[in-house]
Design a protein around this ligand. Sequence first.
Ligand code: ZN
Ligand code: ZN
Ligand code: ZN
Length: 350
Amino acid sequence: MRDAGVDTLMAGPGADLRYLTGYDALPLERMTLLVVEVAEPPFLVVPQLERLRAEAFVGDSIEIVSWKETEDAVALVASRVGEETGTIAVADRLWSVFLLRLQDAFNKAQFVASSPMMRMLRLRKDPAEVDALARAGAAADRVAARLASEKVAGRTEREVSRYISDALEDEGSERVNFAIVAAGPNAASPHHEPSDRVIERGDALVCDFGGTIDGYCSDITRTFFVGDAPVEFVRLYETLRAAQEAAVEAVRPGVVAEAVDAAAREPIAAAGYGPNFIHRTGHGIGLDEHEDPYIVAGDRTQLAPGMAFSIEPGIYFPGKYGARIEDIVVCDERGARRLNDASRELIVVS
Ligand code: ZN
Ligand code: ZN
Ligand code: ZN
């Protein structure tokens, strides 16, 4: 905080709070707030009814200050902190309903985003964090392997999405974050919501899903084809696979994030699919599904051991089909270590 010129840090429910305290707080309309002053012991403000749950996470590692239903939580924070005339850093995900009231209460302070400071802590995962990401990734791999032998033709996207969610839980996920199933023309929409569309022979099938283990996220995409794939789709898929491989190969300490994006883009552009690769190559992952660094032109973060992120190029033809291959990798001393290793072949399902 001193290095960043921050006097007080305030974080509501979300990844920063969990990172700093271990508390997986519920995002409620009642205020929960971690307050860290540079020269004082930190404290955690929680609604009284959340006190036992908070204690279960943090034990006595931090003072918990609870407020009753009729009390004013912001006034409580103000009375503890006193007049703050310096800089207050607030977590990115603190709701405006709380931030606006805090800005009123601390009207002499300057409010800034905490993310430039927090990213220095969260960007490089320590061995325990990498281990949690690896376990989350292995669970997702097992689900992908199960999916490859499922019969999907005749089932709806929604039914297969449900199957994936259940499988993620079976494999040890404490939470299912999302389970995208996009068949046929829907596969051209990267964030397609699973619908009642029946999956048919001749469909490309994009499945992108993730859950959470010990708070850390998984995120994997595999593309299947229902029945034999036409040659033009096989060509597209082989290009995509080469691009994903090239991007993984490009990962090394000292390389900038945008260079990994460029490595994925080059073979796709060379094959004539450049305009059909419509999103960044990847995103950091940790306690949040999407966090720094971003694998995209303009992100000049120098990769370093412990950084974990997705590599997920995609090629999309609206009205027709699409394909994406996504793995989580972690940068180590030599290069990328993949945290997903389910087959990346184009798997034909029935
Ligand atoms: Zn996404
Ligand atoms: Zn994904
Ligand atoms: Zn992703």
